[in-house]
Design a protein around this ligand. Structure first.
Ligand code: TRP
Length: 349
């Protein structure tokens, strides 16, 4: 990894790093409902930035199709579900634009233009793409759209002239590729048509799934933002702790312990969490005590989100309206950027 992709800021430092002139853009693939990992990794930063900076959340349905073309109907159904998740956690559509990627045709045209600035070898070297190709078992049968999705993501980001992108650290290679494209466009135009962007990383490390592996909607090891009390109970009980910590009196490991990862991300009292870690390490603190504490915290955190989500879900027309209005606004922005990029390619009429 080169140094420039590490030019990120942490969410807890954002007061000094995100200034009022920053333009924020992030996206989510609509493949299922959002979970606590999304909250700790990105939604929390988006809420903190809301009202302070111009911000757009893009529901990346076209990107979802790059590895799920066989599940197109499922992806389409998930679009309003993601909107419900956003609204339920407190995203306010009067302050944050919520738009659907497939409704912004300028992004598709930007992608086609940018594809001329990127080599296949560079795409194959993208560490995120590489890892995902392996995870999905594509081997040599990589859908071309999938290999090229970093270019489409560069279109998403630059289409809004975004300067700050709140994402998980797995997305850093995407930011790097975007900035390479930005520099090439600016060189073509011999002008500063597009700004470079930087990542805003969360202050909490990536939240694992309850089994300690990567959290994933499809694996069922993530805790959905709309989980019921029963689901929360079942998932917290199933959390991986320290297999060597058999009796409460045994010393236990905090690192890799999923319960502590969630306490770090959601316990409103970090001082107590530090004390609990010390007691756990020294022996004398049982898993059940910790799990009960976490369950209480997650119940209290999720209950208002679940209630608000259920209320909003009854008003489908409102959700569709949010999407329509947001996409219209975003369309105007991305069309204006496209005009400038077309000009860089001598395509202006
Ligand atoms: N690739 C991102 C993910 O899988 C989603 C995404 C699409 C995105 N377009 C984006 C993130 C633009 C940031 C900016 O989570």
């Amino acid at each position: 990894m080169s140094a420039n992709i590490l030019a990120h800021t942490r969410a807890d430092e954002r007061q000094s790093h995100a200034d009022a002139t920053d333009v924020i853009l992030t996206g989510d693939r609509p493949t299922g409902s959002l979970h606590l990992g999304h909250y700790a990794g990105s939604l929390r930063s988006r809420l903190a930035l809301q009202g302070r900076c111009a911000q757009t959340l893009l529901i990346a349905d076209l990107q979802a199709l790059t590895d799920s073309s066989g599940r197109a109907a499922h992806v389409a159904r998930q679009v309003p579900e993601v909107v419900l998740d956003y609204l339920a956690v407190g995203i306010d559509p009067s302050q944050t634009t919520i738009a659907v990627q497939s409704r912004l045709s300028a992004l598709a045209e930007l992608t086609v233009l940018y594809l001329n600035l990127v080599t296949v070898a560079r795409l194959e070297r993208n560490p995120t793409v590489k890892a995902e190709v392996e995870l999905r078992g594509f081997e040599r049968d990589i859908p071309a759209g999938f290999l090229c999705y970093p270019v489409s993501q560069a279109a998403d980001i630059t289409g809004f002239r975004a300067t700050l992108v709140p994402v998980g650290d797995d997305q850093l290679p995407m930011i790097e590729q975007t900035n390479e494209i930005v520099r090439r466009v600016n060189r073509l135009a011999e002008a500063s048509v597009l700004p470079e962007c930087r990542a805003l990383l969360s202050s909490t490390p990536r939240l694992p799934g309850v089994d300690g592996r990567k959290a994933s909607k499809s694996v069922g090891n993530a805790i959905p933002l709309s989980a019921t009390n029963d689901e929360i109970h079942r998932l917290v009980q199933a959390m991986y702790t320290d297999p060597g910590h058999v009796r409460a009196s045994d010393p236990g490991r905090v690192e890799g312990n999923v319960v502590f990862a969630y306490l770090d991300a959601f316990d409103p009292d970090p001082t107590t969490v530090q004390e609990l870690k010390e007691r756990y390490r020294g022996g004398g603190l049982g898993d059940m005590v910790l799990k009960r504490r976490l369950e209480g915290i997650l119940d209290a955190f999720i209950a208002p989100i679940r209630t608000r989500r259920a209320e909003l879900a009854r008003d489908r027309a409102y959700v569709m309206d949010v999407l329509r209005a947001g996409s219209e606004r975003a369309n105007a922005t991305t069309e204006a950027v496209l005009r400038d990029v077309r000009a860089a390619f001598a395509l202006d009429v």
